[in-house]
Design a protein around this ligand. Structure first.
Ligand code: TMP
Ligand code: MG
Length: 288
């Protein structure tokens, strides 16, 4: 019933199961549905015209708010830790402390740069940040149907909000849970607020967060969008879950990681830079 599920980028371990989940969600009605999505490399593009697109962190790293020396250090961190992030031969347990190390070191470097709050909008404007093709349809459609969208990101909240604001899709149904910057009275970055969110502690964040986002509790049918295996636990704060459909973007090291993605995501999108499949599913869930 959803022709987009036959797109060449789509892989499913159990297509029958996907049909069942979708039918069950349609039956429950769109007022029971919520979307929980990762941000970097899930709502944003991985590449455009063969060139890598930036994450929230990269938007800052590449900007003129960062000194050249610091840029070199941040680049070294990226070159060290990104290959670990996507290494399918290491377990999550093995990678977790290394990811904490990456985030901690990167945030320490950023804090030393006295980044000014009032310049963030310009930095985003001048960056190569790009939401995936079809983003407007997704955000507008969810808003029109009063379906909450929780963006759950280990990136930087201030930056990602600016990306969606400038794209004209920061609607009132969008809630963001992420790492936020803490500025002093003069508007200079002095720290990051609260508990660090990295790619492998989203479960803890999700559980803590249900108090803040009451709608998380009351909508038992979840469409989850992610690009990392750490994104799979983003919906763990939802009480009395009825159905969850997990859609995973597999952007990089596709052959090595395909099997593990197929084992854990219901729908895997291989090198698909568009939101065509999530959009088709949203339309299907809201036809009535
Ligand atoms: P996400 O949860 O929104 O996908 O954000 C996490 C991504 O941020 C993850 O894929 C790694 C990336 N990242 C950087 O690009 N640079 C950094 O300095 C850090 C700490 C993370
Ligand atoms: Mg991501």
């Amino acid at each position: 019933k959803i022709p987009e599920l036959s797109n060449p980028s789509v892989c499913m371990r159990d297509p029958q199961r996907v049909q069942e989940i979708l039918q069950s969600m349609v039956k429950a009605g769109s007022n029971t549905v919520q979307v929980i999505s990762d941000f970097d490399m899930t709502l944003t593009r991985f590449a455009y015209n063969g060139k890598r697109c930036p994450t929230c962190h990269n938007i800052l790293d590449n900007s003129n708010l960062i000194s050249n020396d610091c840029k070199i250090e941040l680049k070294e961190l990226l070159n060290t830790y990104y290959p670990i992030e996507i290494d399918s031969s290491r377990s999550i347990e093995e990678k977790l402390p290394l990811m904490v190390e990456w985030w901690t070191k990167a945030h320490e470097l950023l804090v030393q740069q006295k980044i000014r709050k009032d310049l963030l909008a310009m930095v985003v404007q001048e960056s190569d940040a790009m939401l995936r093709e079809g983003y407007k349809l997704l955000f507008d459609h969810l808003y029109e149907h009063s379906i909450p969208l929780l963006i759950f990101s280990a990136g930087i909240g201030d930056i990602l909000e600016e990306v969606i604001r400038q794209a004209g899709v920061f609607h009132p149904n969008v809630k963001v849970f992420s790492n936020y910057m803490d500025f002093d009275e003069s508007g200079e970055l002095r720290a990051f607020k609260g508990e660090l969110i990295h790619i492998y502690n989203k479960r803890e964040g999700a559980l803590l967060n249900t108090g803040h986002f009451q709608e998380l509790r009351t909508r038992p049918n979840v469409l989850l969008l992610g690009d990392s295996l750490g994104d799979l636990t983003m919906a763990d704060g939802v009480h009395d879950m009825e159905n969850i459909l997990k859609i995973g973007f597999l952007n990089d090291k596709v052959e090595e990681r395909k099997q593990s993605y197929l084992d854990s995501y219901d729908i895997v999108l291989l090198k698909d830079e568009t939101l065509e499949v999530p959009n088709a599913i949203m339309l299907y869930l809201t036809v009535l």
